[in-house]
Write a protein that binds this ligand. Structure first.
Ligand SMILES: CCCCCc1ccc(-c2ccc(S(=O)(=O)CCO)cc2)cc1[C@H]1C[C@H]1c1ccccn1
Length: 238
């Protein structure tokens, strides 16, 4: 039925991301932005003349955990606080009321003139994966395009196709003897962000590449700074 088909798809996509995303980039990837701990890479790929460049970003954020980064990325409550490229976001379905680890979003993206305005509909899933005993668990959020009756494709909007994952590892730097004494200065989150976005309809390749080159680093910097600010005086969420 619906739920089990969705959970099968979620399992497949999440496992793929867990397996591949943290792999280092090959020399097929071009470094398009390097700022402090943030490195943003891109591969130039076109499908039927449409730019679908995969994007991969590695970043280390001090003072927060991977759980905190994934929590603020996943929870709709904060979306419009850090997202500057959206006109709106809405949760149109909660597939499992007893387990709020999966939501279905419908988002309208700000128009990038002269291209047609985009909208998106995707399931979003958050999960922690324990690696081995002593390390902190890996946290991951995946946003993956899906059709939905409450997100009809309507002109003039062009539906974009996205497969995005944010994967985070938490490191405890110079761990104090008693784990209860861990402070935020002992925390470091190593995150990987991958985005496979098909803009859904033709847009000038050079323009799309320029937008991506400008927007992804801006969005990752703004989002991670937002989480550092929001968590500064709060108890650590491991
Ligand atoms: C003609 C221009 C079409 C716009 C292309 C486009 C659309 C969505 C997206 C995108 C889709 C999902 C996510 S997310 O991480 O899942 C968060 C969800 O709120 C993030 C970014 C990217 C791009 C590519 C430009 C690039 C760009 C990059 C960061 C912001 C805006 N535009």
């Amino acid at each position: 039925n619906e739920i089990s088909n969705l959970s099968i798809e979620i399992e497949r996509i999440v496992q793929d991301h867990l397996k591949y995303d943290r792999e280092n980039v090959s020399d097929l990837w071009e470094l398009i932005h390097h700022e402090g701990e943030m490195k943003v890479y891109r591969r130039e790929v076109e499908e039927n003349g449409i730019v679908v460049d995969p994007l991969k970003c590695f970043h280390t954020v001090k003072g927060v955990t991977g759980h905190e980064i994934c929590h603020y990325f996943f929870d709709p409550l904060y979306r419009m606080e850090w997202e500057t490229t959206l006109d709106s976001t809405k949760v149109i379905e909660t597939p499992d009321k007893d387990n709020l680890d999966t939501l279905v979003f419908f988002q309208i993206h700000k128009r990038v003139w002269p291209a047609a305005q985009r909208d998106s509909c995707f399931w979003s899933h958050i999960r922690s994966v324990s690696t081995n005993e002593e390390d902190q668990p890996v946290w991951i959020v995946v946003n993956y395009t899906t059709d939905h009756p409450l997100a009809p494709i309507k002109s003039p909007f062009v539906r974009l196709v996205a497969n995005v994952a944010l994967t985070c590892e938490t490191q405890i730097v110079e761990p104090p003897l008693n784990p209860k004494d861990i402070k935020r200065e002992n925390l470091r989150c190593k995150l990987t962000y991958v985005a496979f976005v098909n803009p859904g309809g033709w847009a000038p390749a050079a323009a799309l590449r320029a937008i991506a080159k400008r927007e992804y680093p801006k969005f990752l910097k703004r989002f991670t700074s937002y989480v550092v600010e929001q968590t500064r005086d709060k108890p650590i969420l491991f």
